[in-house]
Design a protein around this ligand. Structure first.
Ligand code: ADP
Length: 426
């Protein structure tokens, strides 16, 4: 199939990579852009994912950004549009899932779409319209305490209806289990009733694959990243390693970690424990002496010829709390992000071409500092984290990047990630 088949709009950066990763695993060649590109893509791929940062901004702004992304995707000639949000349906009665969905439907002249955050591989399932995270309801999963998007109701029909003017209904499990014809008949019946958006039950990858062929004909699909595994087959794609092929990896290797999540803390410890060269950035010392970052960069650069180096601000919750108390939460965050992004830039200037970044916000800062505008998605290292190839304006070079959000990846993630990259043939 030629031309871009699927055009996706993702409401955050690491969520976009998660979707792109699933599409690559199904055999599609995928580029992720950071924001809406100014010009044409000019690259032969099967899917493109536009990464926005629209999950928690005011709804009107999220709508405006999403419509700008849609206009660009339509100029690229995509056949189907996919609005990607979080598998925990992160939103409030003000949005942004509902308002963005309705705006995209209106712009596409679509009278029906689905909404399905199910991602069974990551333990997100939907049954009778209720979203489960792990073994419990979303509203008992910890997400009820989220600082920005507290999810206190697991009933997605109710949650989404509160955000929408259009009517919201349900395609329940009894229908999904019966397969394509039953799902198509249910969609026709819902349309008759004037239902415009249907929450869809799904508890296994088999359910997602059964849904795929029916959903592939909709102009718009809205979902987490799970639904994506059912779509490519209908368009003739089958898993192949060619979809994930990136240029061979060259140059020095480094890891920059600003994530303080549990998984990352274990990864930093494991890397240091196995003798990896590690350099800690102390935020309070940095606040007192801004030249600390340059000295750390020089030390790390000197160690590059000996193997991968790690520069990290990763710390335990008590240490983070102490730093935040001293500097303020936002100030500490941006001080560390800026310093790590500057160090990543300096490392690339000194020949690093394979870079692992730990932390969602940290990844955003690093990508910006490297002048990266798009990522070609390659092989998965661990679930949800692929290697990517990107052009960096720093050094005007192709670099390999792995952008890991906090709680992703096995304990040996840092060391093993470099082994997943193809080297130039001798
Ligand atoms: P994650 O994906 O684990 O949430 P992020 O990079 O998104 O990681 O967020 C981590 C935040 O914590 C960033 O803003 C980072 O600058 C900040 N941070 C990192 N290390 C420290 C530290 N030692 N003390 C205080 N804040 C820190």
């Amino acid at each position: 199939m030629t031309g871009i088949v699927l055009g996706a709009i993702a409401d955050d950066f690491t969520g976009a990579t998660d979707l792109a990763n699933n599409l690559v695993r199904c055999g599609m060649r995928v580029v992720q852009t950071i924001g809406v590109p100014a010009g044409p893509l000019g690259e032969e791929v099967d899917a493109v994912v536009v990464a926005l940062k629209s999950r928690t901004i005011p709804a009107a702004e999220a709508v405006a950004q999403s419509l700008a992304a849609l206009a660009w995707l339509r100029r690229e000639g995509v056949r189907q549009v996919y609005f990607k949000y979080c598998s925990t349906f992160d939103s409030t009665p003000a949005g942004n899932i509902g308002p963005v969905t309705e705006a995209l439907m209106d712009a596409l002249d679509a009278d029906f779409t689905i909404a399905c955050p199910a991602f069974p591989e990551n333990k997100r399932t939907v049954f009778k319209g209720y979203l489960f995270a792990g073994d419990g309801l979303l509203s008992e999963s910890g997400m009820q305490n989220h600082p920005l998007t507290p999810m206190t109701d697991a009933n997605l029909v109710r949650v989404l209806q509160a955000q929408c003017r259009k009517r919201v209904g349900l395609i329940d499990y009894a229908t999904v289990a019966r397969g394509g014809d039953a799902i198509a008949a249910r969609i026709a019946a819902l349309r008759e009733e004037g239902i415009a958006i249907a929450i869809v039950d799904a508890i296994s990858d088999d359910d997602l694959r059964r849904l795929g062929p029916v959903l592939a004909d909709l102009a718009l699909v809205t979902a987490g990243s799970g639904i994506a595994i059912g779509l490519p087959a209908k368009w003739g794609f089958a898993p192949t390693s060619r979809a994930a092929q990136l240029p061979p990896a060259v140059g020095y290797r480094a890891i920059v970690s600003g994530s303080c999540s549990t998984a990352t803390r274990a990864q930093v410890e494991a890397f240091s424990a196995t003798g990896g060269a590690s350099f800690a950035l102390d935020p309070v010392a940095l606040a007192d002496d801004p030249s600390l970052a340059a000295r750390l960069l020089a030390q790390a650069a000197e160690a590059l010829s000996g193997g991968p180096v790690l520069v990290y601000s990763t710390a335990a919750p008590e240490a983070v709390a102490a730093v935040q108390k001293r500097l303020g939460v936002a100030a500490a965050g941006s001080l560390v992000e800026k310093a790590l992004a500057g160090i990543a830039r300096g490392l690339v200037e000194r020949g690093v071409r394979q870079l692992v970044v730990a932390g969602g916000e940290t990844s955003g800062a690093v990508v910006q500092a490297l002048g990266v505008e798009r990522l070609r998605i390659g092989t998965q290292i661990d679930p949800g984290v692929p290697w990517c190839a990107a052009h960096s304006t720093v050094g005007n070079a192709t670099i390999h990047l792995a952008l890991k959000s906090g709680n992703f990846g096995a304990t040996d993630f840092f060391a093993k990630s470099f082994g997943c990259l193809a080297r130039p043939s001798a």
